[in-house]
Every structure is written in structure tokens, then in C-alpha cells.
Design a protein around this ligand. Structure first.
Ligand SMILES: NC(=O)c1ccc[n+]([C@@H]2O[C@H](COP(=O)([O-])OP(=O)(O)OC[C@H]3O[C@@H](n4cnc5c(N)ncnc54)[C@H](OP(=O)(O)O)[C@@H]3O)[C@@H](O)[C@H]2O)c1
Length: 240
């Protein structure tokens, strides 16, 4: 094992988009970063797109595949023996069907990646996080997951009413709060963060923020001591 002296982070779904931006920022900060990718070749291509000399390790990880998860955990255990920060970033948006029309297929598929994935990955990585120093878990959520904001008719994204994606991020938020309570006594910081509406494949590049801007918002929560049990956004916090 080559135990890094720098903090060690794992970013899931990091072969493109905000996840890849996060890998770049954390590695530039001198951290050892596992670049999670469900397709190893896409992961290596992503790593090769970043400057040489950074400690970036490609980790094959489909967050919906329990067997891949065990292999990924073993790889991190053997490679660094610890994790300081886990960023549950992998996510999908299958459709925008409103509650009256959303199919169970869409709900199940979305929850599989956006909710059950982070739960499984977090549970599997907990022993490695307990062996780390920083003990931070960052769940990449969305303001579209805020039930409070959806209850406000003036919410700027009130028109976005797709049940599958919005409710998956609400469930991820609930996981964040409950896990932060459970792990509080052990010194963990468990937080959710909204990267903001960002131009990526997820939305056909219609977002108004750059990947770098979104990654900066998420990286702040990974890199800083900000307490536990909050839902962060650029420049502040959001209501659950
Ligand atoms: N873009 C926005 O405006 C926005 C706003 C708020 C929140 N977010 C959240 O930000 C996160 C990143 O999204 P993004 O905009 O960067 O989207 P993106 O460019 O589509 O990237 C999504 C990443 O997740 C990966 N992924 C999907 N399913 C996976 C699985 N089962 N296992 C492992 N990886 C998987 C994708 O891998 P493949 O390349 O293999 O598909 C890809 O690397 C998501 O959680 C999203 O909900 C995005």
C-alpha cells in the first residue's frame, strides 16, 4: 500500500461533467483523488484529459452494482487504506414527467442511481472513512430536491416539476440529514450541496453555470470545515 500523506477523496460519476471538474480541483489542491467511473475506459480518458503529475487514480465503480462496489472498496483499501472525503456525485435525470404521469420505471431507475447508489457507496466506504482524518461525506443534490422551495410559488424553478429527479434529490437530502445525525458523535461532517444549474450532458448543456463554477461550489464543502447536516449552495445554504 502507498499510503498518501495528503487527504484522499473519492468522487463518483467523475468521468465527465461536474464530477470531472471536482477531481481536477481537489487534485490541484494536492489531494489524492479516486476518479470513479462506471466505464473504466471513459475514466482513463477523463484522467488523461487532465494535466499530468496529479495523483488521480481511476476507480471502476457503477454505483448501482454491488459487486463492483466491493471490488472498488478493496482497491481503495489496498491503494490508500483510508478515505478522507466521499463525494456522491453520480446522478441521472431520465425524464421530466410530472407527478400525474411519472412511470414507476422512471422512478425506480432514477432512485437506483441517485438514492440507492449513494446509500450503498456510503455504507461500503464507511470503514475507510472512519480510518481517515477529515471524515466528510458530500452528497451532490439539487435545489430541485428542496420540498420547501417547491412549496414557494416564487421559486425560480417552480416550473420544473419532474417527479423522478426532484423526489430522488429530496430522498438524498433526507439520507444526508439522517446520516449526519447518526455519525455526529464520530466527528463526521455529512452535507448536501447544490452545484447550481450547470451546462453538462445531464441537461443537454442548457445550464447557465460552467462546470468549473459548479465544481467550485461543491469543492468548497469538501475542502472546508463547515459543520454537519446542512444543504449548501453557492454563497449560502438552502432549506431542505
Ligand atoms: N448539471 C446541473 O445543472 C445539475 C444541477 C444540480 C445538480 N446536479 C447533479 O450534479 C451531479 C453531476 O451531474 P452532471 O451535471 O455533471 O451530469 P453529467 O455530465 O451527465 O455526469 C453524470 C455522471 O454520473 C455518471 N453516472 C451515471 N450513472 C452512474 C452509475 N450508475 N454509476 C456511476 N456513475 C454514473 C455518468 O457516467 P457515464 O458517463 O458513464 O454516464 C457521469 O460521469 C448529479 O448528481 C446531478 O444530479 C447537476
Amino acid at each position: 500500500m502507498n499510503t498518501p500523506t495528503a487527504p484522499v477523496a473519492l468522487v463518483t460519476g467523475a468521468n465527465k461533467g461536474i464530477g470531472l471538474g471536482l477531481v481536477k480541483q481537489l487534485a490541484n489542491a494536492g489531494w489524492t483523488v479516486y476518479l470513479g467511473s462506471r466505464d473504466a475506459a471513459r475514466g482513463h480518458a477523463a484522467r488523461d484529459s487532465l494535466p499530468a503529475g496529479l495523483d488521480i487514480r481511476v476507480l471502476a465503480l457503477d454505483v448501482t452494482d454491488a459487486r463492483a462496489l466491493q471490488a472498488a472498496t478493496d482497491t481503495v483499501q489496498q491503494g490508500s487504506g483510508k478515505l478522507d472525503v466521499l463525494i456522491n456525485n453520480a446522478g441521472i435525470a431520465l425524464d421530466v414527467e410530472p407527478p400525474s404521469k411519472a412511470t414507476l420505471e422512471s422512478l425506480r431507475g432514477t432512485f437506483e442511481t441517485n438514492v440507492f447508489g449513494p446509500v450503498l457507496v456510503t455504507q461500503a466506504m464507511l470503514p475507510l472513512l472512519r480510518a481517515g482524518t477529515l471524515k466528510r461525506i458530500v452528497n451532490v443534490s439539487s435545489e430541485l430536491g428542496s420540498a420547501t422551495l417547491h412549496g414557494d410559488p416564487n421559486f425560480k424553478y417552480a416550473f420544473v416539476n419532474g417527479l423522478s429527479y426532484c423526489s430522488s434529490k429530496s430522498a438524498l437530502n433526507a439520507f444526508t440529514v439522517l446520516l449526519s445525525k447518526e455519525l455526529y458523535a464520530e466527528g463526521f461532517a455529512v452535507n448536501a450541496v447544490n452545484p447550481g444549474y450547470t451546462a453538462t450532458d445531464l441537461n443537454g448543456h442548457s445550464g447557465t453555470l460552467t462546470v468549473e463554477q459548479a465544481a467550485t461550489t461543491v469543492a468548497r464543502v469538501a475542502l472546508s470545515e463547515l459543520g454537519t447536516g446542512s444543504f449548501f449552495t453557492e454563497g449560502g445554504r438552502l432549506p431542505w
